[in-house]
Design a protein around this ligand. Structure first.
Ligand SMILES: *Cc1c(COP(=O)(O)O)cnc(C)c1O
Length: 391
């Protein structure tokens, strides 16, 4: 038997893959993995087909085709007033996932500390580890999942290199407010830290809340690398077209690592995403309105089923606490759920350094509401009819 490298030993497969496989195996409704069950706008799909027919089938430039980089720069201008040079301040990646990898491999040296919000999206921890960095989590705690500025300040050490931010936040659905963003900026400026911010849910905010990119705060543009992707905004999560924007030297550092990962990908998808950004700029806002209604329906259903549920300010996700129903572990709850109710959710414990720490997530599970209304209705009916208690 050949054993894997220490780098990956014990990593297993992601919890999303594990729970999606459980859904397939049991025929349960998959509210685990966050992907929509409808396509993005026809305009963008047609445009990709045309690009394939039109011969855009060979390597795109490593930093992405000019039309897409220009469209990304226009997007940042249109929504946030951010001015970018599309040739030096924008790079196209294989989804936001590769942008995260490129940012961490390109900016973190072995031994550098990286502050992350937890629960944290699982690729962050894997890539910090690949880079040889040391993770310093700052926990967002139920019920409101606020970022505590004092805890953030206390996480900084002389070895801190960067702050990895994510807002709107997966999995808690939290959108950081002006006070929290200001606190992050203050800490970053005081200690001269870099900020890498994952904003894939930038357009998926609810109840009139606006997403504010941290790079727009005074003193932040020069130290912030902003990451996003077409996947969530345009309901094309399988396309894996993402991007990073920011000061030329940070974009160059990311690109230096990224060129040895995929080098480039998605040649025919790149013009289609450019068309989406330019010609369907309102699609994401319309999607957010639909998602908000589905969030409300799912939250009502979960509460109706006896689950203590925290609503979301953005993203695809809401969170429930299963402790009141007698479960000591969200994982056990999720493993039992297909049989009990024919539904799959994802336990949050894997997104914490110490899921049993104060206010942490051993009992929390995440539900995705980015599904068709009839699917949400079916899932909530099943949950309400099921016995979910572990008495
Ligand atoms: C979905 C997701 C990603 C991955 O984006 P891709 O474009 O699919 O690679 C990154 N970060 C967060 C927080 C996500 O939820």
């Amino acid at each position: 038997m050949h054993s894997p490298a220490r780098r990956v030993a014990g990593m297993g497969s992601t919890i999303f893959a594990e729970m999606s496989a459980l859904a397939v195996r049991t025929g349960a409704i998959n509210l685990g993995q966050g992907f929509p069950d409808t396509d993005g706008p026809a305009l963008i799909l047609d445009s990709a087909v045309q690009a394939i027919r039109g011969g855009a089938n060979q390597y795109a430039p490593g930093i992405g085709i000019p039309a897409l980089r220009q469209a990304i720069a226009r997007h940042q201008q249109r929504h946030y007033g951010i001015e970018l040079d599309p040739d030096t301040q924008v790079t196209v990646t294989t989804g936001c996932t590769e942008a995260i990898a490129g940012a961490l491999l390109g900016l973190v040296d072995p031994g550098d500390e990286v502050i992350v919000l937890e629960p944290s999206y699982d690729s962050y921890n894997a890539m910090i580890a690949f880079a040889g960095g040391v993770r310093r989590p700052v926990t967002l705690r139920a019920p409101d999942f606020r970022l505590d500025p004092a805890e953030l300040a206390a996480a900084v050490s002389p070895r801190t290199r960067l702050l990895l931010l994510n807002s709107p936040h997966n999995p808690t659905g939290r959108v950081l407010d002006a006070g929290e963003l200001g606190a992050v900026a203050e800490v970053a400026i005081e200690h001269d830290l870099l900020v890498v911010t994952d904003e894939v849910y930038e357009h998926l905010t609810f109840d009139g809340r606006a997403h504010v990119p941290i790079s727009t705060l005074p003193g932040m543009a020069e130290r912030t690398l902003t990451l996003s992707s077409a996947g969530k905004s345009y309901s094309v999560t399988g396309w894996k077209v993402g991007w990073a924007t920011g000061p030329p030297e940070l974009v160059a550092a990311l690109t230096a690592a990224k060129q040895w990962l995929s080098y480039t990908s998605g040649a025919p998808l790149q013009p289609a995403v450019a068309a989406a950004l330019d010609e369907a700029p309102d699609f994401p806002a319309t999607l957010a309105v639909e998602l908000q209604a589905r969030r409300d329906e799912l939250v009502a259903g979960l509460r109706g089923a006896g689950l203590a549920t925290y609503s979301a300010q953005g993203t695809y996700f809401v969170t429930s606490d299963v402790a009141d129903l007698g479960w000591s572990s969200g994982r056990e709850f999720c493993l039992a759920l297909p049989e009990r109710a024919g539904v799959v959710a994802v336990p949050l414990e894997v997104f914490y350094d110490d899921p049993d720490g104060p206010g942490a997530g051993r009992h929390l599970v995440r539900w995705a509401f980015c599904k068709r209304p009839e699917v949400i209705a079916d899932a909530t009916r099943r949950l309400m009819a099921a016995d979910l208690s572990n008495a």
